[in-house]
Design a protein around this ligand. Structure first.
Ligand code: ZN
Length: 122
C-alpha cells in the first residue's frame, strides 16, 4: 500500500475519533448548576461541575484531534502533490555523446577534450 494512502486512512480514522469525541462531549447531560430549595439556590451541584468539565475536556479533545486530522490531510495532500510533480518530471534524456575522432571513445556532448585520449574533440 502506498504511504499516502496509509496517511489518508490514518487521517480519516483520526477524523472519526475527533467527531466521536465531540459528539460524546455534546451528549453529556449537564444538570442545572445549583441545587435549589423552593427555587432558591443553596448549593453548587457537584454533578454540574463534573459533567461540565468532562464535556469541556471532550470538546477540547475533539477539536484537538480534528486539528490533527486536518493537518494530516493537508500534509498528505501536499506530499501527494509533490510526489505527482516528481513523477511528471521526465527522466534525463540520454544525450548521444560524440565520438572522439581519434580513439572512438564516446564523450559527453559538450566535452572539449576526450576523456580517454585527451585529444581535442571536434
Ligand atoms: Zn579520444
Amino acid at each position: 500500500m502506498k504511504e499516502s494512502t496509509q496517511n489518508l486512512i490514518a487521517s480519516l480514522v483520526t477524523l472519526i475519533i475527533g467527531i466521536v469525541a465531540l459528539l460524546y462531549g455534546n451528549s453529556i447531560n449537564i444538570p442545572s448548576a445549583y441545587r435549589t430549595f423552593l427555587g432558591i439556590p443553596y448549593q453548587v451541584n457537584p454533578q454540574y461541575v463534573s459533567s461540565l468539565s468532562t464535556a469541556l475536556i471532550f470538546y477540547a479533545l475533539g477539536i484537538f484531534i480534528l486539528g490533527v486530522s486536518v493537518g494530516g490531510f493537508s500534509a498528505t495532500y501536499s506530499i501527494y502533490r509533490v510526489e505527482r510533480q516528481l513523477e511528471s518530471i521526465p527522466p534525463p534524456i540520454n544525450t548521444q555523446g560524440k565520438l572522439c575522432p581519434y580513439c572512438r571513445t564516446e564523450n559527453e556532448i559538450d566535452a572539449v577534450y576526450c576523456k580517454k585520449c585527451g585529444n581535442k574533440s571536434v
